[in-house]
Design a protein around this ligand. Structure first.
Ligand SMILES: [Fe+2]
Ligand SMILES: [Fe+2]
Length: 167
């Protein structure tokens, strides 16, 4: 059936990020235990808790709309995580290299989430779903803050590890 209603597109986008958050809720805590850097562990542990909140916020959005999420998987997040697992399997990286790769993996996921929530917030505003907009905005703020923390740490890691002047 042809999708023609912007409200249906909004529901589909919501269902997609809901599936992504659920997948992340199962993977982030385990990923956090594999990082070799205390700050990275802290960032990911904090964000694993926030991810639980993101799921609750999305469930409140569905409730406000009187709708249920469409059952789906998140191919984007699944692919990013699969690439991470393939990298670890194929290269047997040192703990430091794995942590550098994992920080980039998390940054990639956050970029996807930020793009998704920015679009959803905008759609919620246009559709006059202000309660939904505020819940989605809360998630967006967490994703943006996490990306900033991850990128800052990643840059420090790269400088420390790759600067030829550092012995
Ligand atoms: Fe999230
Ligand atoms: Fe996130």
């Amino acid at each position: 059936m042809m999708l023609t209603d912007p409200q249906d597109l909004f529901l589909r986008d919501l269902s997609n990020i809901y599936a992504a958050e659920q997948l992340l809720a199962t993977r982030l805590p385990a990923l956090a235990t594999e990082l070799e850097n205390d700050t990275a562990v802290q960032i990911l542990s904090d964000h694993a808790l926030e991810t639980e909140q993101h799921i609750k916020n999305l469930e409140r959005v569905f409730k406000v709309l009187g709708m249920k999420p469409e059952p789906m998987t998140s191919p984007v997040v699944a692919a990013i995580l699969a690439e991470r697992d393939r990298f670890v399997r194929d290269t047997d990286p040192s703990a430091r290299i794995r942590t550098m790769f994992d920080l980039d993996t998390i940054a990639g996921i956050e970029h996807f989430e930020i793009a998704s929530y920015r679009s959803l917030v905008h759609k919620a505003v246009v559709l006059c779903e202000i309660d939904c907009m505020e819940l989605l905005q809360e998630n967006l703020v967490h994703e943006e803050a996490t990306l900033r923390r991850v990128e800052e740490l990643s840059r420090a890691f790269v400088r420390e590890s790759m600067d030829p002047l550092v012995v």
